[in-house]
Design a protein around this ligand. Structure first.
Ligand code: A2R
Length: 293
């Protein structure tokens, strides 16, 4: 399997899972820019893989507001280059395009849990770039018969995630406070609720879908339950044995935040038999342990 973005957060966990499954793995050179069409063609041809998991992306929703053009180049055009390169192979590999549940945009309580047929209403430049990447994948399947499977992961976390994501950000601040014995927890929108899955469960879903997913189809990857960010913060403090005040930092509140995001994983479960194995407490304890180390 060829893995793009293997040096990233999810990539590291995917490689670990693939190794445990004794899969043949080729990593796209992390120095290769996915927007370099000629380089992507060369690398995909040389890899000769039967499957590709495409993780390489500008993955920051917040950052996409500052550089929508680059986000679109990397996430949409990068996907186009990869898909075109794959379709030009003598035996085109099966492709898993990793999108995002952010494509659903603002949803109301009545829409929950969100199924894959929910309309795409991207709010951030990041979400728009991921919706565009999906269209590129659909076209490759319908127009050229390339076996493309799309996934829309909801929020996921685990050890090694960058601290600009909410759980490691909270864990890092709490770890610092535990060390120093003082401090405050700077938070964004505490009222937000998110469907949080452990990255180790997410990568199992990706591999299972590459094996058993239906080409042309799209799958949510989520737990089906949402948890309040305030509950996450409180639980992390409890696990660390500290109690520090929470301070809302306007810089951490995104221009447009989604009050609740909870998906249905029914289609994924039906296709693969997948079920999350990690409970939230274990995930939080592991992220905290990694922040404390
Ligand atoms: O920016 P870096 O040096 O951290 O590299 C990231 C890489 N990447 C690229 N690779 C090739 N050409 C580019 N122009 C390019 N821009 C970024 O993709 C990194 O190694 C990887 C993405 O990893 P993370 O930023 O850690 O994201 P994460 O959480 O692993 O997300 C994986 C996928 C992405 O498609 C997200 O949009 C989706 O899951 O949620």
């Amino acid at each position: 399997m060829l893995v793009t973005g293997s040096a990233g957060f999810v990539g590291g966990w995917l490689l670990q899972h693939l190794r445990a499954c004794r899969d043949d793995i080729v990593e796209l050179d992390p120095a290769l820019d996915i927007t370099d069409r000629a380089a992507v063609f060369k690398a995909v041809a040389a890899a000769g893989a039967d499957a590709v998991c495409h993780l390489a992306a500008q993955a920051s929703v917040g950052g996409s507001w500052d550089d929508g053009g680059r986000t679109f180049d990397v996430n949409a055009m990068g996907t186009l280059h990869l898909v075109d390169a794959a379709s030009g192979c003598p035996s085109p590999p099966r492709l898993l395009l990793v999108g995002s549940a952010e494509v659903y945009g603002r949803v109301t309580g009545a829409d929950l849990p969100i199924g894959e047929d929910h309309p795409l209403r991207p709010v951030s430049p990041y979400a728009a770039s991921k919706a565009a990447a999906e269209m590129i994948g659909i076209q490759a399947w319908l127009g050229r018969g390339v076996e493309v499977i799309r996934v829309r992961p909801f929020n996921h976390t685990g050890p090694g995630q960058r601290p600009d994501f909410v759980v490691p950000s909270l864990a890092r601040q709490i770890a610092e406070a535990a060390r120093s014995g003082a401090g405050a927890l700077h938070v964004g929108n505490l009222a937000a609720r998110r469907d949080l899955t452990d990255v180790r469960d997410v990568v199992r879903a990706y591999r299972a879908l590459l094996e058993k997913g239906v080409p042309g189809e799209v799958y949510n990857v989520c737990s089906g339950r949402s948890v309040g960010i305030d509950q996450v913060a409180l639980r992390l403090m409890e696990l660390a044995g500290i109690d520090i005040p929470m301070v809302v930092d306007p810089d951490r509140v995104r221009p447009v935040d989604l009050p609740d995001l909870r998906g249905s994983c029914r289609r994924l479960v039906d296709a693969t038999g997948w079920a999350p194995e990690m409970d939230l407490d274990t995930t939080l304890a592991d992220v905290l342990a990694s922040a404390l180390s």
